[in-house]
Design a protein around this ligand. Structure first.
Ligand code: MN
Length: 231
């Protein structure tokens, strides 16, 4: 038996200091994980439970590319995020057991059609078209967990054309990685290749064609995106 057309290539990310590739499965994204960002969006953080949306792994874009300004929006926003990449299965895991399943970390951009997201909130419709955007999950090379060390007060920041737009420290996350993975593992059979984008700090704003976005987390490979003209 043959495929009726060639299947899409398996999305993957480079690994720092290695020629290896990390094959990407599902992309989970956490909403409202920094208090100051929830506030700027007019929301409060839900401390009872985190919430999620997802992005197709086929919407992954490698760092360093120029990607077209997407159709259907006039308010395309940047969100810099800490990215967690799993290297083993997790199901109904206790927080203390989750970190051993983390393969490594990266820096990502959760690109967002903010105007469509606002409409979705108003009309109580899903977020898919505002979040699950072609080339809308830009992620830099992964760094293995042991090389990064403990998650502590590392700085996370984003510049646009060299101007600082977002800045925080990883300890500002309301849901730390271990507790987040505990919660998510009670909803899914998490497995190697699954990625979690951990939410964005305050300072989200719109970008334009020609803008150069550069995101960093101390100790990780940076992520960059250049926006091309609309198609
Ligand atoms: Mn986000």
């Amino acid at each position: 038996m043959a495929f009726v057309f060639p299947p899409l290539p398996k999305p993957a990310l480079p690994v720092t200091g290695s020629d290896d590739l990390y094959p990407v499965g599902r992309i989970f994204c956490v909403g409202r994980n920094y208090v100051a960002h929830a506030t700027e969006m007019g929301n409060e953080v839900d401390r009872e439970a985190p919430f999620y949306f997802t992005k197709s792994c086929h919407h992954l874009a490698q760092s360093g590319l120029t990607c077209a300004y997407p159709p259907g929006t006039h308010d395309y926003h940047h969100e810099i995020e800490f990215v967690v990449a799993l290297g083993a299965d997790l199901f109904r895991a206790d927080a203390a057991a989750t970190m051993a399943a983390v393969y490594g970390y990266g820096v990502g951009l959760d690109m967002t059609r903010r105007d469509l997201q606002a409409q979705a909130k108003e009309t109580r419709r899903p977020w898919d078209i505002s979040k699950d955007i072609e080339a809308g999950a830009v992620i830099g090379a992964l760094t293995p967990r042991a090389r990064f060390g403990e998650i502590a007060g590392q700085k996370i920041a984003l510049t646009v054309n060299g101007t600082l737009r977002q800045e925080a420290v990883l300890t500002d996350m309301v849901w730390p990685v271990d507790r987040l993975l505990e919660h998510l593992s009670c909803l899914y059979h998490l497995r190697a290749g699954d990625i979690v984008m951990m939410g964005t700090p305050a300072g989200v704003a719109s970008v334009q064609a020609g803008d150069v976005l550069e995101g960093v987390v101390e100790g990780l490979a940076p992520v960059s995106l250049t926006l091309g003209p609309a198609e």
